[in-house]
Ligand binder design. Sequence first.
Ligand code: TYD
Length: 424
Amino acid sequence: MRCVIFDLDGTLTQSDEGIFKSIVYAAEKLGFAAPDPADRRKFVGPPLDYSFREYLGMSEDEARKAVAAYRERYWETGLFENRVYPGIRRLLRMLKRRGDWVAIATGKPTIPSRRIIEHFGLNRYFDRIIGSQEAMGATKQDLIRAALPDQYDKAVMVGDRRFDIEGAHAAGIRAVGVGYGYGDEEEFRKAGCEAYAATVDDLIALLCPGDPVPAGAFISMEGLDGSGKSTQMERLTDALGRWGFEVQLSREPGGSTTGERIREILLNKDDPMEPLTEALLFAASRSEHVRTVIRPATAAGKVLLSDRFVDSSAAYQGGGRELGVSHVMEINREAVDGCLPLLTVYLDISHTEALKRRYHATAPDRLERESDAFHARVEAAYHELIRNDPARFLCVNARQSVDVLADEIARGVIDRLIREEERA
Ligand code: TYD
């Protein structure tokens, strides 16, 4: 069995924001001078009391008090001011598929380390998580030894600071230094790591050469014009990025080169158009989108997040234009080709409320200028779609504040994505 032992901060997660803010909190509380923000990177990785003594010139006693004050904020808040490096989820899924023993050896106390891993839904990827609590005052070498199983063939430590490299060598295993964390190349050169990975992609190539990429997922967002979709698309992209999902944004009509040209025809304010022609053009744009954008992105492990998909056609052309929901779905069958979203977020708002919000819109497009009755039919059609396939939809009340709504959407989508990873 091969073992891969990871450091946490600066290797799996980018954690300087929460760490630095908690140091500033401790400085304010105890009245010592906070470090220069330009130096914040060097506080990530080494044991905190070491950093306080080494970089801020504290005595042992002062450092102990500073660590206690730091923890007051860090354990509550700082812990979650954190993000998983893009690509790490992909790497962990690939290591799991190989059957490797995967563990964490971190100088951080065990409880917050476990909480971070659970928070990001990554616990299933680790056979063991060793933090500094198991053995007080433990050196990195002790932590690495404790993270290893009794028997193994090969083992490697992956870390971003020289402490990781030196610890690995002292524990008798090889080390890979990563360049995207908080260390620098000079540090690695001195410590003499066996391999160096500048990016997570390099690390994947090193640890899982030639392995197929695990599939990503397709998520769409729907709602009436004025439901606040653009803002929520942005917020969701941000949240997914924090969790380490590699997001690719797209939209309909459009998304592909040809699709964007079809979009210009569809949203042109002056051209009247037959409802069937309109439905076919949306379907044509979709056919291109599915084949040239959505499928390649999910095959590359990305989360493809599309602003609108086939439900928009069912609602606007099926309901709004009265072609009928099932007729429009039939028109779209070949275009969609079975590529339905894993989850569709629906921003639920009544057509009257949406109209009020749109009232301030400066340049409404051809579809936005449709009558109120049109939008009432669009709304009714969306509700019919949700009733017919409730498991695919995450229907959220779009009248809530932007922040509350963004949290609810992020939670729903991330839970679904994590469940999908577990199923795979
Ligand atoms: P767009 O500017 O992308 O959406 P929004 O203003 O909601 O951000 O506008 C696309 C318009 O096209 C929108 O009014 C909905 C409509 N539409 C359809 O009628 N059918 C479809 O299949 C799609 C994808 C969009």
